[in-house]
Design a protein around this ligand. Structure first.
Ligand code: BGC
Length: 728
């Protein structure tokens, strides 16, 4: 029997809390624990002995499951919901979750790529569309956004985040939360978001996934927490703990992270979920000796929901009976899950997300595809255009050869975590270029994506290139090489791809090198030898059209790197956020440096060229001293000095010259995207207050210090104008 608590008007927090209490009172201890148990749908192949342990329908009927991950198709969700609502003791509806990160059927660039657009409203729209398309087949909760900051390109999961900078990543985290959740979670096309992975996962030692971390409390506060805090301030409904530890304690068992920070300091109210099976893995961490103790430790630390670990359902009731876990804490956790269900409107109508056929009206609509095209082209970053080969003119090249393994399989254009995106719906590179140019477009892969040499493929590629007037060389790492569990010690391109590039280069034809990858890579040979390089990331459904728009100048590239591209893996972790040190770079012999390599990366954070050029005049301040409650206006005039209409991301960085702890030499505190006609100029004004200059001081208080600050305004973290002012 379903509990009747209907309501039509938008429900207030207090009403919801009372309603959740009224449901909670009816539940037995086991049923309350059931709300904390997340199971997954039927795996296509049994991969986990846990799946064989239970019959899903029986678990639902017994009220032993509260939420599901990955139940497909819609009919199965409907059937499960029917059992929950009509056949379980108190008819509590289920929530169905999935990892919807960068689109659903229509796919957008991988999140790191999208971040390169710096187009925050555009990124919000991607999340909105992802929610609409996912909700159309009954998903109500996404395990996104991933907001982990990382300075380490070896860690393949950088692809899922927004890069290295906490300010940019915070704006993007907010936008994604707003996009997924919309204004009213009870609408059937808005879904719960889940900010993950709290906290510090992006700092895995040596860039190796699932490894330990070595981070300080200050590091957490300076870099790791801000995007989570931003997601929380944007109202994110749920949070996920990390697979990693903080200071020796695994995150899902960290009372400090989950309870002290999230609950007590920030006031986060939603459920916190463990990562997949990670509670059981506390045994592997060596912090408990049994799975039962893992349940106790994780739960008492603050993990509300157990994702596919079965440790709560197996042990929490006994732990309550033994006095090791308080029933009141179980009530609080179960109530959080019930509140989420109320917010989603499921107690009003548990089937509200289930409208058969809705997918046909919502998936891959022209508007969704148009957005996919716009955000994909806005995310592309022009790394080099030394000979002004780009933009290409249609008509200049009768035959174009697309050479390289990427286009051989459209999945390489989407990446992992691409939800229900289908390679068959992707506009490939050849197709996109053919349509845009009217030229004859030939294709040869040259080598396979795995990087194994095949002389026949190479021969064919060179033959094909020989017939062309222009070669578009498509290189990169393929879809499988970034995402979870894809750490690399070598972040270079496979040797066979370099050989391909060398052979093609020798032919003396114009070559545009386009890179498709989910992480920053190191490609020294290309940097030295290829005059034209475009970073395209893994662009999603509209890949070919977006690329053609950029190559043929329909869109003038405006993307800026959200993460530093090193010269070599030996430089990582690397970030523009370097702090001052006692022996700073370039001050004599004993400065911080490598013997065998410059300190500078190949391409700095915030870097990205345009087909036009922008000239920055010096910064003008409306005053050179401000008080703590004043606002400083910093202005700079930017002129489009080239021949094309262009978009520029004007970046504002600040530096605290003397603080109670060593501070970064530069830190992003603002940016504006502007558009200028050739010859056009615009004054860009930034407002700076003491709020923007706060930091975690030596006593871990977040405040600004009086003193001198430097402001930088420029086209990247490495190039701009600077000025000093005083806060007093
Ligand atoms: C990942 C999470 C993801 C979960 C469910 C885990 O392996 O770390 O990010 O949400 O699986 O798919």
């Amino acid at each position: 029997m379903m509990v009747l608590v209907g309501c039509n008007a938008p429900v207030q927090e207090k009403d919801i809390s009372q309603k959740a209490d009224s449901v909670l009172r009816l539940l037995s201890l086991e049923e309350k624990i059931g709300q904390l148990n997340q199971l997954r749908g039927r795996p296509t192949t049994p991969t986990n002995t846990k799946d064989a342990r239970y019959v899903i329908e029986d678990e639902i009927r017994a009220g032993r499951v509260g939420t599901f991950l990955n139940v497909h198709p819609l009919e199965e969700k409907m059937a499960f919901q029917k059992i929950a609502v009509e056949g379980s003791p108190h008819g509590i509806p289920l929530i169905f979750a999935m990892d919807i990160l960068h689109g659903f059927r229509t796919t957008f660039p991988v999140p790191l790529g999208e971040a390169a657009s710096w187009d925050v409203p555009g990124i919000e729209r991607s999340a909105r569309i992802s929610a609409i398309e996912g909700a159309a087949v009954g998903f109500m909760w996404t395990m996104a956004p991933m907001v982990d900051i990382s300075f380490d390109a070896r860690w393949g999961r950088v692809m899922e985040g927004a890069g290295e900078d906490p300010y940019l990543a915070s704006l993007i985290a907010k936008a994604r939360v707003k996009g997924f959740q919309g204004d009213d979670l009870a609408l059937p096309n808005t879904i719960l978001a889940c900010a993950k992975h709290f906290a510090g996962y992006g700092q895995v030692l040596a860039g190796r996934d699932y490894n330990q971390t070595v981070i300080s409390q200050r590091f957490l506060h300076d870099y790791v927490f801000p995007p989570f805090k931003a997601a929380h301030e944007a109202g994110v409904g749920t949070l996920m703990s990390a697979f990693t530890d903080y200071d020796g304690i695994p995150a899902n068992a960290s009372h400090y992270l989950l309870t002290e920070v999230l609950r007590e300091q920030w006031g986060f109210q939603g459920p916190i979920i463990s990562d997949f099976n990670s509670l059981e893995e506390l045994v592997n961490w060596g912090v408990v000796s049994s799975v039962k103790d893992a349940a106790r430790m994780g739960f008492n630390a603050g993990t509300d929901i157990d994702m596919m670990g079965l440790v709560y359902i197996d042990h929490l009731a006994d732990l309550v009976r033994e006095g090791k876990v308080k029933e009141a804490t179980i009530d609080t956790a179960a109530k959080r899950v019930l509140i989420a269900k109320f917010k989603l409107g499921l107690f009003d109508d548990p089937y509200r997300y289930f409208t058969p056929g809705l997918d046909e009206d919502t998936w891959l609509t022209p508007a969704h595809r148009q957005h996919a095209r716009e955000i994909a082209r806005a995310s592309m970053v022009l790394l080099k255009n030394e000979e002004d080969l780009l933009p290409l003119s249609t008509g200049d090249y009768g035959t174009i050869a697309v050479i390289g393994p990427t286009d051989a399989d459209a999945i390489n254009l989407m990446g992992t975590w691409s939800a229900w995106g289908k390679p068959g719906n992707v506009v490939g590179i050849v197709k996109g270029l053919r349509e845009a140019s009217g030229a004859q477009v030939l294709f040869a892969e040259g080598c396979n994506q795995q990087g194994t040499a095949d002389p026949a493929l190479m021969r064919k590629a060179l033959e094909t290139a020989g017939k062309a007037d222009l070669v578009v060389l498509t290189l990169g790492e393929g879809w499988r090489n970034s995402g979870e569990n894809t750490s690399l010690a070598k972040i270079t391109l496979p040797q066979v791809q370099i050989e391909l590039a060398q052979q093609v280069q020798k032919m003396g034809k114009p070559v545009v090198c386009v890179l498709f990858n989910g992480r920053p890579m190191a490609f020294p040979w290309l940097n030295e030898n290829m005059p034209t390089i475009l970073e395209a990331w893994l662009p999603g459904t509209e890949a070919g059209n977006a690329l053609a728009d950029v190559l043929f100048g329909k869109y003038n590239p405006s993307g800026k790197l959200p993460m530093t591209f090193p010269r070599h893996a030996g430089q990582v972790p690397i970030t523009y956020l370097e702090k001052r040190t006692g022996r700073p770079y370039k001050q004599g012999k004993n400065y911080t440096k490598y013997l065998d390599m410059p300190n500078e990366p190949a391409y700095a954070f915030g870097y990205g060229l345009s087909y036009t050029t922008f000239e920055y005049a010096g910064i003008r301040l409306d005053q050179d001293k401000i008080g703590f409650t004043d606002t400083l206006k910093a202005s700079v005039t930017i002129k489009n000095t080239g021949d094309y209409l262009g978009r520029e991301v004007v970046q504002l960085y600040a530096s605290d010259l003397v603080a109670s702890v060593s501070r970064p030499m530069k830190q992003l505190i603002g940016f504006k995207r502007i558009e200028l006609q050739p010859g056009g100029e615009e004054e860009v004004d930034f407002k700076v207050t003491s709020q923007d200059l706060r930091y975690w001081n030596k006593d871990m208080i977040y405040q600004a210090d009086p003193g001198e600050f430097k402001l930088f305004i420029g086209t990247s973290s490495a190039e701009g104008k600077e000025v000093v002012f005083t806060l007093e």
